[in-house]
Design a protein around this ligand. Sequence first.
Ligand code: FES
Length: 137
Amino acid sequence: MERIATVEDVPDHGSYLFTVTEPSGRKEEVILVHAADGIAAWKNFCMHEPDQRLDTGLEGGAAMRSGEIICPRHGSMFDAETGYCDNGDAKGQTLVEVDVTVRHGDVFLTDDAVEFAHDGGIDDDDGMPDSTSHIGF
Ligand code: FES
């Protein structure tokens, strides 16, 4: 059981982004959000157009209003607790859930189908260039 973050790391009106590895080896982004019954985790893509991320990596994460996650492309809103969308282009669809558990203020990944890879989005991998990487170019 891997610790992802603390509950306090999850913005009240936004999302905490991390990356998991699927059984196929493929990387997938996941967001943590506050929901009515605690912390929920959803795969970070819209059900209308799966190449559209909900959390695009900006400070504070996905846009949220009144307990709903707002898709930045066409504005469909997904219930943070159930993942269900009852409006707009993604109407009738539900985000893909990832199992997490909160214990003593920490959020753990409890989903057997995926493995924790790293914080942040897929592009924020360990190999991310830092300020010195380009010296000698
Ligand atoms: S891509 Fe999200 S509502 Fe269209």
